[in-house]
Design a protein around this ligand. Sequence first.
Ligand code: F0G
Length: 462
Amino acid sequence: MKFKTIIEPFRIKVVEPIRHISEAERAAALEAAHFNLFLLKAEDVLIDLLTDSGTGAMSSGQWAGMMQGDESYAGARSYYRFDEAVHEITGLKHVIPTHQGRAAERILFGSLVQPGEMVVNNTHFDTTRANVEYRQATALDIPIPESKHSQLVHPFKGNIDLEALERLLTEHREKIPLVMLTVTNNSGGGQPVSMANIRGASAICKQHGVPFFLDACRFAENAWFIKTREEGYADKTPMAIAQEMFSYVDGCTMSAKKDGMANIGGFLALNDDALAQQCKNMLILTEGFPTYGGLAGYDLEAIAVGLHEALDEDYLRYRTRSVAYLGDFLNKVNIPIVQPPGGHAIYIDAQAMLPHIPQHEYPAWALSLVLYLEGGIRSVEIGSVMFGQQPDGSEKPAAMELVRLAFPRRVYTQSHFDYLAEVLAYVGERRERIRGVKIVSSPPVLRHFTVQVAPAHGTLLT
Ligand code: F0G
């Protein structure tokens, strides 16, 4: 290419105002939210990087599709469009819409997982783990050892440990009803999984007769990393790569709020006829009839279009470059991040950045609060507040203390990224002044959503 600047591959047709509020107002908002960023009013946030889930901008093509939504209770045309889009990409036989990813998880695990069993994954996302544990089963994470070292550069740090998988299936086959692979590995830093690893895990599962599923939320970003990092894929389209990824699995759960480019929606897709029937029966209980699964017809249309747009090369190049751009900057200003940057987010290693804050004072939570206080940026802690609480009520520190800056799709432009870089550099220069936090009150499960927190030493910043 003659010019090297990678631009946002879209024009902006509709805008949504965002506003600055003063630092004093942000401090008051934090107090009112019990120092929990989930409890803030979104309008008090300037740049919202809480999640890339359901927060993307839809395209004119998606809005046009929505106008054609068929709201029939059963057999709607929109369902068949949705089914065709999912089937083209995944090749899976039964496509069951759900209102979002975790509903697909609940229905799948409700049909397949019994108390005392064990689900194996590279790394379970929080809702996935919670849905396994809700079945009184164990959620076991076996990522490759490289994934535990935040600074280590590895092209496919999301890979599952194939030796550990083989060992587990040899020793405990009867206890393992399914194996999952999360692409990209969100809780492990948004790291991709290689095609070789998907193929390897699939072969091991097949050999032991265990169903193998993808948690496919960010399948398109994963396909892009395979294209750009794995030998033999440079000339393949993201669509062809995605199709190969899915060719190795018996099914998948999907949150269409990520690479479905939609604001709501998800699905469960699988090949097994009997299991699909069982899942559809459960779907009817809580989600809806199998041709809408808790979604409006127009949502199904938005997803059908969005799944294709997520596989567009210009889009994927711009998307991954935006994240890498911020990552390169943070490397320069010496803010430790999980290397290399993932597809949808930057993960700051708060333990490495704030060595003076002990893990029991939740350094990543504290850092996320300071980013809001200083710059109006909302991020999310992926550390011991999110993962430290054990099913028996005890506390165990998380493997890493991360702050995730997750980027909504097609929402922020390069100047937003430049602002972010400036705030992060400013906070980075003042890192010694950040102080830890303590938990004041906590719900029994998934505590990060509603936990109440306070500064452990009277103030967040000295
Ligand atoms: N699996 C993964 C890997 C996820 O990242 C998520 C959601 C889900 C499953 C559940 O999907 O939200 O549609 O029910 N992740 C969001 C996030 C919430 O912020 O990373 P859902």
